[in-house]
Design a protein around this ligand. Sequence first.
Ligand code: ADP
Ligand code: GLC
Length: 482
Amino acid sequence: MEIVHVSAECYPYAKAGGLADVVGTLPKYQQQLGHIAKVVIPMHRTKFLLENVWSVEHKGGFMMGDRHLEYTIIKEKTNKLDYDLFCVDIYGLLDRENIYSYDDDTERFTAFQIAVVDWLSHWEHRPDAVHVHDHHAGLIPFMMRNCFAYRHLAEVPTVLTIHNAQYQGWMSWDKSNYIPDWDSWQWGLLDWDNTINPLACAVKCADRVTTVSPSYMEELMTSANGLEQLFVQEKFKCSGILNGIDNVVWNPATDTYILDNYSLPDAAAGKQLNKKKLCKDFNLDEKLPLFVFIGRLVAEKAADLLPQAIADSISQLGNKMNFLILGSGDKRVEDQLSYLTGSYAGYYNSKIGYNEKLSHQMYAGADFILMPSRVEPCGLNQMYALRYGTIPIVRSTGGLKDTVVDFGEPEDSLNALPGQGLGLRFNYASVWDITYSIHRAVELYDDKDKMAEIRKQIMQIDNSWEKSAEKYINLYSSIQIK
Ligand code: ADP
Ligand code: GLC
């Protein structure tokens, strides 16, 4: 099968979060299963673009409203990622340093999608599936069926994967002329609540819809930032397929970012050496349990609760633990987290920003990772943590619920999915639930045998993409036209 993935991000070319990790890895595993997987993303001006060699694959042009736009499709020449990576350049709109957050994002991503469909329409053959990720690619299934110029793509099967339904790509109806001439009888497919909603449009138009964990799919029926009713209506074509991780990139035995490589037999010593280095770099006490948080400092991740939860834990338990936070996002939370450094020097530190290398060192050196997320469609951090022998402390939601069971539950009531990891779980995104879990973790840390037993168990869990990559292949097979 030949699959074309369309996304805003792809690791290592351009990453803002887990979407990049997934789109960067799933195609690799699909290739290993004997299929041809291709990825197409906007041409962001990143290090990867500048450091690699590219060939021009196709050039074309289209009208977007009253603007004529020219695009170029370039391809990474050396097959560095084990699959073909294509980038779309559009003069004046793409070729920028950041992935998102420009005032003209609507124009940028609409133009990107038109260019992708236009390019596909010039292929001499048809791919077996076009797999679009999140709202940045959400108009593509609509355009393949309803734009007069692209109707010969109408039969190509399409799949939408929702990594995050909080963001939907809303655009006002006065921008409907951006979409190349389309069958206006079909306006209802674009609309949700009097707005053009690219995510809702993709849910309506794609042949199949997946979310990145089964629990998140269920949650969307009752909580989907306004789209609940749509998910209920379209339930028949929706399913949840749990993300995997790249076992090669995320491997403590070979990770070149960490100080000391380790695997199961020498995990205790290996982790301690990594912890020692981390604690030295951040002025923390290596003898105390180390709790980390890595991620976007936004409400979805409940990052706003961290400053209070950390302050309460230290004041209630005394200096019995260390915290290290890595992240960026909401300015107010960034400031609060930086401010705490002054109050709890020696036990708390933070690094505001994005730092891939430091994130690996934290997965390796930490004892516990905190994930109090209000919304977590899948979450990859907990799976990386498990692989590095770091115990996840998670709120029971979405993919966190599907990948982590509480170590305290009786064995026979665990009801675990195959491969579920052990950690600490709590129900509410509240300061109290987080501090209570930290108390439990501090107690667990003192039980060295139990810690070793849990570490041994979690490091053996296979969360690689193999199983899930196969599930996507089966999904594409089920929608082929006979
Ligand atoms: P999301 O995509 O919602 O941000 P995920 O758990 O799926 O959450 O993936 C987050 C990914 O981004 C992980 O690979 C994590 O290590 C990485 N990450 C998040 N914030 C940072 C940061 N500040 N520095 C380095 N890596 C980060
Ligand atoms: C989104 C979700 C996250 C998920 C990631 C990859 O960013 O917030 O939970 O792991 O996509 O699918």
